[in-house]
Design a protein around this ligand. Structure first.
Ligand code: UDP
Length: 238
C-alpha cells in the first residue's frame, strides 16, 4: 500500500478555527471527532503524518494584546491554547485507535513530551501520528510558521494547509461570486498576486526551501487521504 503513496511524510496544519465548529470559538468536540475520522483514514494509507494545531479558537495573541494584555504574555497564552487543542485531538484520536504523541515546544512533561526532532522522526517511523503543540515556542510567531518549521525539520515532502474552502481563489468565494478557483500556483505568482496562502513568514520559508503547500478543504470527506495519494485536490503552490 505504501508504495502507491505520493508522499511518504507530510505535515498537516489545522488551524484553531477548524476546532470551533459553528460557534466560531471554543472547542466543538463533534467537529474534532469528524477531523479525527479523516486523520484515521490517513493512517490506514501508511503515510507518516505530523500535525501542527493552531489556537485561534481559544486565543490569539494579537487580539488579546489589543485589549491591553502584554504582547509576549498574550502570545504565550496563545501557545498554551494550541496545547489545549492538541490534547483534545489526541484524546479523540487515541479513542479511535490512532497511536499519537503530543510534543510541545514549551516543556510540560506531566502531559506531553518535549519537542525533540530526532524523537519526533522516530515516532513517525514507528507509525505514530505526532501532534506538534505550542507553536514555535516563541512569541511573535504563528502556528503557520511553526508548521513550516516542523515540516522542514522532519523533512516532510509537503505541507497541507487545512481550511474551510476548497483552495486558493482569485477573490474570497464567500463574498465574490466571480471568484475563480486556482488549481496550481507558483510561489512567485502567489507572492506577486498577493494570495494569502499562509502568513508572510511561513510562506517565505516554504518558498526559500521549495516546500510545496497544498491548500484544501478538510470538511470534504476523504480529501486529506486523496491529497496524500497525489490526487489533484485543492490548490498546490510549488
Ligand atoms: N503563537 C506564538 N508563537 C508561535 C505560535 C503561536 O506566539 O510560534 C501564539 C500567537 O499569539 C497566536 C496564537 O499562539 O495568535 C495562536 O496561534 P495561531 O493564531 O497561529 O492559530 P490559528 O490561527 O492557526 O488557529
Amino acid at each position: 500500500m505504501a508504495a502507491k503513496l505520493a508522499y511518504r511524510r507530510a505535515l498537516l496544519k489545522v488551524s484553531g478555527e477548524a476546532f470551533a465548529g459553528r460557534a466560531g470559538a471554543g472547542i466543538d468536540f463533534g467537529v474534532i471527532d469528524r477531523v479525527s475520522d479523516e486523520l484515521k483514514s490517513v493512517t490506514a494509507t501508511g503515510v507518516q503524518l505530523g500535525l501542527v494545531v493552531g489556537g485561534g479558537n481559544i486565543l490569539r495573541g494579537t487580539t488579546a494584546s489589543q485589549q491591553g494584555v502584554d504582547r509576549v504574555s498574550a502570545d504565550y497564552m496563545g501557545m498554551l491554547a494550541t496545547i489545549i487543542n492538541a490534547l483534545a485531538l489526541q484524546d479523540i484520536l487515541e479513542k479511535k485507535g490512532v497511536d499519537t504523541r503530543v510534543m510541545t515546544a514549551i516543556r510540560m512533561e506531566e502531559l506531553a513530551e518535549p519537542y525533540i526532532r530526532r524523537r519526533a522522526v522516530r515516532h513517525l517511523e514507528k507509525g505514530r501520528m505526532v501532534i506538534f503543540a505550542g507553536g514555535t515556542g516563541n512569541p511573535y510567531f504563528s502556528t503557520d510558521t511553526a508548521a513550516v518549521l516542523r515540516a522542514l525539520e522532519i523533512e516532510a515532502q509537503v505541507i497541507l494547509k487545512a481550511t474551510n474552502v476548497d483552495g486558493v481563489y482569485t477573490a474570497d468565494p464567500k463574498k465574490d461570486p466571480k471568484a475563480e478557483f486556482i488549481p496550481e500556483l507558483s510561489f512567485q505568482d502567489a507572492l506577486v498576486k498577493g494570495y494569502a496562502v499562509m502568513d508572510a513568514n511561513a510562506f517565505g520559508l516554504c518558498k526559500e526551501n521549495k516546500l510545496p503547500i497544498v491548500v484544501f478543504n478538510i470538511n470534504q470527506t476523504g480529501a486529506t487521504a486523496r491529497v496524500l495519494a497525489g490526487e489533484r485536490v485543492g490548490t498546490i503552490v510549488q
